[in-house]
Design a binder for this molecule. Structure first.
Ligand SMILES: Cc1cc2nc3c(=O)[nH]c(=O)nc-3n(C[C@H](O)[C@H](O)[C@H](O)COP(=O)(O)OP(=O)(O)OC[C@H]3O[C@@H](n4cnc5c(N)ncnc54)[C@H](O)[C@@H]3O)c2cc1C
Length: 383
């Protein structure tokens, strides 16, 4: 039998690529390898599970066995790839070598860790996959108070979701506003108002410096500004870093992510990358829409028709129903001027270039209704 196409990772990137590939090629042996349990799920749902009262099993869409059958593929679960040997077209799982015809890196990104001191410092949870969600859910079962670290998109979504799930939420982040990398201040204030109306307590400025078991149970979270917050669990959502170490060790070009061109080719023949780990023509976008576009293009390439990926506009709907938010940041390197209209929860912030062309927007509250009309005016991110 010929060597298989091997995909490392069974997240949305890995499984969607496999699905697209099988639409075009039902013959080539296909092997998916994953360090986790291989269950198929939609990661964006991880920040809606408490509000919908769904545990990890409730969010699982298919077991790995069912995925293997559906994809006419082998799926190796709980199997960590430890090395890649591009020269000999094989990868390593410990001492075991696996040969490939083509290799696809879909191994995602990992949560940044925060330096925290204290006897309970090991009780920081992260939720970046279904298993992590399951562990966190179990830990807060029957508890009341959760402290969230991070005011980015994911921290804000967890704040909204945990509040809907009946938890008291404190959010701590060393910044002046929510989602500073994504939003103008007025839009951030609108989201903050929505979350505060749900009961979320914001602590913007300090960091968590020490986490101790509290007398009488629970935890005492000591902040750098001297405050102490009582909580039952801490979830860290301070950012993600694309996994690049194994690629770098194999001699592949890496930058913020694994560097690939529009064909999703790394710097070595027969090795490709997509999803959170990939930097596609300079863009490392950690969202679903870009990886779906990559999966369709790469499936064609792997099936024999080299196809470049193109990105249109990629607005992101942030799951903060307390204050609906849709945002489309300006493309990299395009300078623009923001104008902000509206007040309170309803903000319409538009970014235009000097010639008056729309580059991006942030819409909150009732202004989100304008997104479809505005999307038609947005520039493509990778034309
Ligand atoms: C809570 C949350 C909410 C989100 N909401 C949205 C949203 O609303 N909209 C949106 O567009 N995006 C959202 N995102 C982002 C989006 O979900 C991700 O961009 C996407 O799921 C990434 O998929 P991936 O397959 O690249 O990575 P992952 O899902 O992280 O998959 C990586 C895979 O690689 C495996 N792996 C890693 N290392 C190894 C190794 N050495 N050997 C073997 N296997 C390995 C892992 O086990 C896993 O199977 C959200 C993300 C989070 C965390």
């Amino acid at each position: 039998m010929s060597d298989p196409v091997v995909i490392i990772g069974t997240g949305l990137a890995g499984y969607n690529l496999a699905r697209e590939f099988r639409k075009l090629d039902s013959e080539t042996p296909l092997l998916l390898i994953t360090a986790d349990d291989g269950r198929s799920y939609s990661k964006p749902m991880l920040s809606t599970g408490f509000g919908k009262n769904k545990d990890a099993d409730g969010l699982c869409m298919a077991e790995p066995g069912a995925m293997a059958e559906q994809l006419a593929a082998q799926v190796w679960t709980h199997t960590r790839v430890t090395g890649v040997d591009p020269g000999n077209r094989r990868l390593w799982i410990g001492e075991e070598a696996v040969a490939y015809r083509d290799l696809v890196l879909a191994w995602g990104a990992e949560v940044l860790s925060v330096p925290v001191e204290g006897d309970a410092a090991d009780q920081l949870f992260t939720v970046n996959d279904l298993q992590g969600y399951g562990r966190f859910r179990q830990a807060v079962e029957g508890k009341r108070k959760v402290l969230i670290l991070g005011a980015g998109l994911i921290g804000c979504e967890f704040a909204n979701d945990l509040s809907l799930g009946g938890y008291e939420v404190d959010l701590v982040a060393p910044c002046e506003q929510l989602m500073p990398a994504l939003l103008p201040a007025e839009a951030a204030a609108a989201v903050q108002g929505g979350l505060e109306a749900l009961g979320v307590r914001m602590h913007l400025g300090p960091v968590l410096s020490r986490l101790q078991p509290a007398e009488g149970g629970g935890l005492a979270a000591h902040l750098s500004d001297g405050q102490t917050i009582a909580c039952d669990a801490v979830i860290s959502a301070v950012g993600l870093r694309p996994r690049t170490e194994l690629a770098a060790a194999a001699g592949l070009a890496v930058n913020r992510g694994v560097v690939v061109d529009r064909l999703l080719r790394t710097s070595h023949a027969h090795i490709y990358a997509l999803g959170d780990c990939a930097e596609v023509d300079g863009l490392n976008l950690l969202y679903v829409m870009p990886l779906m576009a990559c999966a369709r293009a790469l499936a064609k390439t792997l099936a024999g028709t080299p196809s470049e990926v193109a990105y249109g506009a990629m607005p992101v709907t942030v799951k903060t129903p307390a204050c609906p938010l849709v945002v489309s940041p300006p493309p990299r390197g395009r300078e623009g001027q923001w104008t902000v209209e509206g007040s309170g929860a309803d903000i319409r912030a538009l970014c235009h270039d000097a010639a008056g062309a729309l580059l991006g927007y942030a819409l909150t509250g009732s202004a989100v209704q304008e997104r479809l009309a505005l999307n038609r005016q947005l520039p493509a991110l990778l034309a």
